[in-house]
Design a protein around this ligand. Structure first.
Ligand SMILES: C[S@@+](CC[C@H](N)C(=O)[O-])C[C@H]1O[C@@H](n2cnc3c(N)ncnc32)[C@H](O)[C@@H]1O
Length: 225
């Protein structure tokens, strides 16, 4: 570790876990019906970003459709890909930071994948849906949501599945999500409307939302400045 930049240190720590799956059955049970419902209403769209995707992105639960493309961002990703899925190694906290070489390189790869012109189209709000499963504990969640929101189309959606404060504590960010209620003002300040939130594992009669497993859908209401 000694002598390495923080970004490299982070990537290496996560590298050890690359390939592991994280409660896939539970995620399938919770996310598939939600994806299906949104899909039926035409609310998923064609360009999907899966942030902190791991090696088994939950967005693979979405149907493959002509024109649909998924960009799976992960600090430990292997940079492989196919016609409809790009796996992109990137520290999510760098998203939107054009002064960072790693972000500029990632943007270039995304433009190649989407067959769009970097100079003309890269800054545009192109993304229909962003999915973030089990990742907000590990990153500066405010920075990541702010960075991502700029790339989402108006009316695009962020879908979050998270279990605050639970997971691999040694890898948690000090600025990670510690309490679900921290999410609401951050999203609202960025012009999102929370369309859906549920706490599928919350014990009956429990009303506290703070540290329960949350599944949330937020719609971007207006163009970001
Ligand atoms: C608990 S796993 C969740 C994986 C997958 N989303 C799932 O639900 O099964 C957290 C993922 O976040 C990634 N990650 C952690 N910090 C990150 C960062 N700063 N930028 C991008 N990805 C990060 C890790 O490499 C890991 O794959």
């Amino acid at each position: 570790m000694f002598g390495k930049k923080p970004e490299q240190r982070g990537a290496n720590l996560w590298q050890e876990y690359w390939g592991e799956t994280y409660a896939p059955e539970l995620k399938q049970r919770l996310l598939k019906p939600l994806f299906d419902e949104l899909e039926k209403e035409g609310k998923i769209g064609n360009l999907i970003v899966d942030l902190g995707s791991g090696a088994h992105p939950v967005t693979r639960l979405l149907a493959i459709r002509p024109g649909r493309k998924r960009v799976c961002i992960d600090i430990a990703a292997d940079n492989a890909g196919s016609v409809d899925e790009l796996r992109l190694r990137l520290d999510a906290e760098k998203i939107g930071q054009l002064d960072q070489m790693s972000f500029r390189k990632a943007l270039l790869r995304v433009c190649g994948f989407l067959e769009i012109d970097l100079r003309k189209d890269a800054g545009k709000q192109q993304v229909d849906t962003i999915v973030i499963a089990d990742t907000l504990n590990y990153v500066d969640f405010r920075k990541v949501l702010n960075g991502l929101a700029n790339y989402l189309k108006p009316n695009g959606r962020i879908i979050i599945l998270n279990l605050p404060y639970r997971g691999n504590h040694t890898l948690f960010s000090d600025l990670g999500l510690k309490d679900n209620r921290q999410l609401y003002p951050v999203l609202e300040e960025r012009g999102f409307e929370i369309e859906h939130k549920s706490f599928p594992k919350r014990p009956r009669n429990e009303t506290d939302e703070s540290e329960e497993l949350i599944v949330l859908v937020a719609r971007k209401m207006q163009a970001q400045t």
